[in-house]
Design a protein around this ligand. Structure first.
Ligand SMILES: Nc1nc2c(c(=O)[nH]1)N[C@H]1C(S)=C(S)[C@@H](COP(=O)(O)O)O[C@H]1N2
Ligand SMILES: [Mo]
Length: 327
């Protein structure tokens, strides 16, 4: 079969789009081409043969109640599904923003086991549906702010993380909770390609942060099961913190009395910390955090909000702390 892929010269100027949209579309075309000529691609191009996007149409619908956790649609309308699922950070599947969408299709998320251990009364191995009640799901629209200064607005489906943690009965000595995320050789395409991060990806929260009602355990997006590139089958989202605090595809929850060694802070301690609260007054050593670009724009078209706009709810968690120090 011959696939005609448009070249730049074929594209009328009316179709000129922002770089990221263009790139994700090009990624899509490449994926489609790899599928159509899969046999030939596998024979001639090693890396191309592993490209495998997930079929979004096949994702099961999820029922969720509306909730009070919403953004003002005039100021923060939800981003399009396509934007949220083709511009991602999930380094286990590659470091370019289009890589996770292109590569994560092979990840098997059923069955899935989450190991629970450490300072709690209910350690053990849990399935996703043991950890979160699928009859009680809520839709929550949250702003998501990456430390890289891009942001988008996401209609997640899930529950407060506290609901899950309460079931596990943390002991009084548990001061922190650590999340370990999946490492799946043969299913994740870039475990070897990226020499900088030591897998597994680890993140953590202080227990009072984790129990805050805004902290969310997420299983869905836009009325459907989470796409793999967004962290299926379950991930957390902590909307007042930089995105790297929100680990994807969680396989272990560990309660501990010591501050977890989170991956990015271990990797680059002069650039990333444990708390990582969104803060426009504390710049990254290599860029300003004063403004952000709300996708699909690539202009820094918005001021960054303290605690990503959730300060009224969460600032009291940090009373007495020097927020400039605990970035
Ligand atoms: N396992 C894992 N979790 C991860 C990451 C990652 O690379 N691996 N990236 C983090 C970063 S930097 C961000 S901004 C968010 C991105 O989530 P999204 O792609 O759903 O927007 O996931 C976070 N969780
Ligand atoms: Mo991020």
């Amino acid at each position: 079969m011959i696939v005609k892929v448009k070249t730049a010269a074929d594209v009328p100027s009316s179709e000129i789009t922002p770089e990221w949209a263009y790139r994700s579309r090009r990624d899509f075309i490449r994926t489609a081409a790899a599928g159509a000529i899969g046999v030939a691609a596998a024979r001639f191009a090693g890396p191309a043969s592993r490209l495998e996007a997930q079929d979004a149409a096949a994702l099961a619908p999820l029922k969720a109640k509306p909730s009070a956790y919403v953004t003002d649609p005039k100021i923060d309308p939800p981003n399009k599904y396509e934007e949220l699922t083709t511009y991602n950070n999930y380094y286990e599947f590659g470091t370019r923003k289009g890589d996770p969408a292109r590569n994560a299709g092979r990840m098997k998320t059923k069955p899935w086991t989450v190991k629970v251990d450490g300072l709690c009364k209910k350690p053990g191995n849990y399935g996703v549906e043991d950890l979160i009640d699928f009859n009680q799901l809520e839709e929550r629209v949250y702003r998501h702010r990456c430390v890289e200064a891009w942001s988008y607005v996401v209609p997640w489906i899930g529950r407060s993380l506290s609901e899950t943690l309460k079931k596990l009965e943390p002991q009084p000595g548990a001061k922190y909770v650590e999340f370990e995320t999946a490492v799946l050789p043969g299913q994740m395409t870039d475990l070897d390609d990226f020499g900088h991060l030591a897998w597994p990806y680890i993140e953590g929260l202080r227990m009072d942060e984790a129990m805050h009602p805004l902290a969310m355990m997420v299983v869905g997006l836009y009325g459907k099961v989470l796409p793999n590139q967004n962290g299926a089958p379950l991930r957390v989202h902590i909307p007042w913190k930089y995105g790297f605090k929100s680990g994807k595809s969680i396989v272990r929850i560990r309660f501990t009395d010591k501050q977890p060694a989170n991956t990015w802070a271990v990797q680059t301690p002069n650039e990333y910390g444990f708390y990582a609260n969104v803060n426009p007054t504390v710049d990254h050593p290599r860029w300003s955090q004063a403004r952000e670009n709300r996708l699909p724009s690539f202009f820094k078209n918005r001021p960054t909000l303290m605690f990503n706009g959730y300060g009224d709810q969460v600032a009291s968690l940090y009373a007495g702390m020097d927020l400039r120090k605990y970035f």
